[in-house]
Ligand binder design. Structure first.
Ligand code: NFS
Length: 658
């Protein structure tokens, strides 16, 4: 592919979403590099319309069948119609996305057990959270040594992956009315793996052919992700590696350093990155780096592995999903170390154009052209050191390189516990100030902007959306690559509170936090579920998540994981807006069920939007509707709480630890 002709001028340079990307790709160091930005331009303007609308069926060999709703000649050979095919495809997206989080969660639980047995270099860092977690899953922590307790907790959670009957323990953390909804609609997840297997069975040719019934299983599977595996991953990672607290750091490609060995760690699992962080700080290893003329070792993150170590150690993020190849095109990276998920195959040829070594580490994910050094927790530090030493060896081979100036200060680390503490103070951690300010109208509501970034979106929709929301006094929570995009745009620094509306600004000034709170990686969306649950438990905003003035969105989604996440928020009672496009749009029935039918069952529903204004309007309208339903739109709101009611609220909040 000759890209030089198409992208030789600055203004035609691709990757218009991001200035840092443009600076790198337009520099002569990146001559000849082909990235996703180029490939998306080279493809036909529109992706396959059948695929895009969820109407291509290739689950058997009578097809593939391309379906057109209502056209007899364009149904499946087996007779499957648009509703069935689109629902089946949607279910398989949920299964794909959920299984990624499930395998991640399982990996964390296994590493946790090995740690409890003293077989890894990690430790049980947050003993308090260990005890809370034990209680939440029905284990009495009294008088137990932390290692023994951790083994008990780890074994119980591990057993829930293969559990066949019963329910996943963490679902008991949800508000009571929510749990009843899950029971009565038949979507309470029985075990983690079982729900994925059942999707694969039901979507095999000739099994479940009712779109609503199919989507109920998607709902059940999504809960096994959000309230199951993802929550396990978050909680046990916190116990092992530390629960995040606010921390200052930087994001964007400019965090690469010209005189240090640059190692980027890319993917999703925190275990490898934690070991690399230890190895990069080892004085012996640093001495080796100095021997080759480097001043030190600069570890940076890409994608959600980046978010994991940013949240806990303040290690800078070099890039989000759309920046992974561009980070390498600087020519300044000695090694990119990857584990699983969201790693484009395109990184391999780009690394091959420089001195960069691409290192795969998971038995589940190998890439042609990469060196494979398998990572196992019991040899974590040994493997991590080997990787760092290899990167050091590459440093003298670095040729021409270009590191853009772009980097931005951010404050991250807003775990659910941190929000509790920041709002309520050290001795009386509580969500009450948040609820009070929502009730008195200074804060209109809370919005989550989560998920990926996507080259098919030509501008940073999510950043514009966040600005619009905070200007309208909506507090914004972010995770994943959306969080990195917010960081690049400066929205994760307390200074950006200037962009907030007056009411929100007043609250932010009092507590000193940014208007956009970075809550972690994509598995950490489970923190948002818990934050919502805590808002309910704190009182004054209804009895269930579906009554809260909140909304969620993924305005630049691309992965199946995003679909699973969106579905578990819907199943948990949240209004969720996605874009660009929605994967069932080719079937009126399936889409109606997602956009309307699900609301009748779960109180939450899907929607689709395009562009920051449409997203913002839909989300703010929804928040206002919920405020009206709670009676918060009336002016008399300030006298809603007399002392007796306050006392009652206090007690209910204290007694409900989620
Ligand atoms: Ni989430 Fe994180 Fe990024 Fe999207 Fe991929 S890295 S798990 S899927 S692209 S946010």
């Amino acid at each position: 592919m000759d890209t030089s002709k198409r992208f030789d001028k600055k203004e035609a340079c691709p990757s218009i979403q991001c200035e840092a990307n443009r600076a790198v790709l337009c520099n002569s160091c990146a001559q000849g590099v082909i990235t996703a930005a180029h490939r998306v331009e080279m493809r036909p303007a529109e992706p396959c319309l059948f695929g895009k609308k969820g109407l291509c069926c290739r689950i058997c060999n009578m097809g593939p069948c391309q379906i057109i709703e209502g056209v007899d000649a364009m149904q499946g050979v087996c007779g499957a119609d648009a509703a069935t095919v689109s629902a089946r495809n949607f279910c398989r997206m949920v299964a794909g996305g959920a299984s990624a989080h499930m395998d991640h969660g399982r990996g964390v639980v296994l590493a946790f057990l090995e740690t409890a047995r003293g077989e890894t270099p990690y430790e049980i860092k947050d003993e308090r959270k260990l005890q809370q977690t034990a209680r939440r899953i029905g284990i009495d922590p009294t008088d137990k040594a932390k290692e023994d307790l951790a083994i008990e907790v780890g074994e119980k959670l591990l057993s829930e992956f293969g559990q066949q009957i019963g329910r996943i323990s963490f679902t008991k953390r949800a508000p009571k009315p929510r749990q009843e909804i899950w029971e009565t609609t038949g979507v309470m997840p029985r075990g983690v793996d079982r729900e994925v297997v059942e999707i694969m069975h039901r979507t095999h040719i000739g099994v479940d052919q009712h779109h609503e019934n199919l989507l109920l299983q998607a709902a059940r599977c999504s809960l096994a992700d959000g309230w199951g595996a993802s929550m396990m991953a978050t909680e046990l990672s916190d116990i092992m590696f530390g629960t995040p607290v606010p921390i200052r750091t930087k994001v964007n490609i400019g965090v690469l350093k010209k005189d240090e060995v640059n190692i980027t760690v890319h993917g999703h699992e925190p275990v490898l990155a934690e070991a690399l962080a230890m190895a990069a700080n080892d004085p012996e290893v640093i001495k080796e780096a100095k021997k080759v003329g480097a001043k030190g070792i600069n570890l940076t993150g890409v994608c959600c592995t980046g978010n994991e170590i940013l949240m806990r150690h303040g290690i800078p993020i070099a890039g989000s999903f759309i920046q992974q190849e561009v980070v390498l095109a600087t020519g300044a990276v000695e090694a990119m170390v990857v584990d699983v998920q969201c790693i484009m195959q395109g990184v391999s040829p780009v690394a091959g154009m420089y001195h960069t070594e691409l290192i795969t580490t998971s038995e589940r994910a190998k890439i042609p052209g990469a060196t494979h050094i398998e990572f196992h927790e019991d040899r974590a530090l040994e493997v991590a050191k080997e990787i760092v030493l290899r990167a050091i060896k590459r440093y003298p081979e670095r040729g021409k390189y270009f590191i853009p100036v772009h980097q931005m200060d951010v404050v991250a680390g807003f775990s659910h516990e941190t929000i509790n503490y920041i709002l309520g103070g050290r001795f009386r951690a509580s969500y009450k100030p948040l609820n009070d300010n929502i009730i008195n109208g200074r804060i209109k509501g809370v919005a989550a902007i989560v998920g990926c970034d996507n080259y098919r979106v030509k501008s940073e929709i999510q950043v514009e959306l966040a600005k619009e929301l905070i200007a309208n006094n909506v507090l914004v929570l972010v995770t994943g690559c959306a969080a990195t995009a917010m960081g690049r745009a400066g929205l994760l620094s307390p200074e950006s509170m200037e962009l907030a509306g007056d009411g929100l600004k007043e609250v932010l000034e009092a507590v000193g936090c940014p208007p956009v709170l970075h809550m972690g990686s994509c598995v950490d969306n489970s923190r948002i579920l818990i934050a919502a649950t805590q808002m309910v438990a704190t009182g004054g905003l209804g009895q269930d998540i579906s009554e809260l003035p909140v909304a969620g969105c993924a305005p630049q989604w691309m992965s199946e994981k995003a679909i699973s996440i969106g579905q578990y928020f819907v199943t948990s009672g949240v209004y969720v807006v996605f874009g660009p496009g929605f994967p069932t749009i080719g079937s009126t029935k399936t889409t109606e069920f997602c956009f309307k039918g699900m609301e009748k069952l779960f109180g939450g529903k899907w929607d689709v939007a395009d562009g920051p204004n449409e997203f913002a309007n839909k989300m703010i309208d929804h928040i206002n509707q919920k405020r009206a339903a709670l009676g918060l739109d009336k002016k008399k709101e300030r006298i809603l709480f007399d002392m007796a009611m306050r006392r009652e609220l206090d007690t209910s909040a204290e007694h409900h630890e989620v």
